[in-house]
Design a binder for this molecule. Structure first.
Ligand code: ZN
Length: 120
């Protein structure tokens, strides 16, 4: 399950000068930090995960944007449900705010439900 690792700063690739986007077990045995190209060249496993490798994600200076699925229930007699797919935001609160702005102002909102569904 651990296929991502969050780091303050991306390290340099062990084989070239580019930033490393992966920390992975190499075909040579030891683990290494690699750019996209060298990860593909030297990885032992074709998939990421515990014991195989992690995709490195830099968190300082850039916030991670996620995609959210938001359902909005309207306070109408038949309680219509609107579903807004793929709202990009940095937090559930921001997703909720963005989604509520997407619908027409005078529609009475009964509830908003945010479902995080995928990292972008
Ligand atoms: Zn490289």
């Amino acid at each position: 399950m651990a296929d991502k690792a969050y780091v303050a700063q991306l390290p340099k690739c062990d084989w070239c000068d580019r930033p490393a986007h992966y920390d992975f077990k190499t075909v040579m045995g030891p683990w290494g930090n690699g750019c996209e190209e060298h990860y593909l060249e030297y990885r032992e496993s074709s998939t990421l995960g515990t014991g195989k490798g992690q995709k490195l994600i830099a968190i300082v200076g850039q916030k991670e944007v996620k995609r959210y699925l938001v359902t909005i229930e309207l306070n109408t007699p038949n309680r219509e449900l609107m579903i807004i797919n793929g709202v990009k935001a940095e937090s559930e609160h921001e997703a909720e705010t963005k989604a509520s702005r997407m619908i027409i102002d005078d529609l009475p909102i009964r509830s908003i439900r945010v479902i995080k569904y995928e990292d972008d």
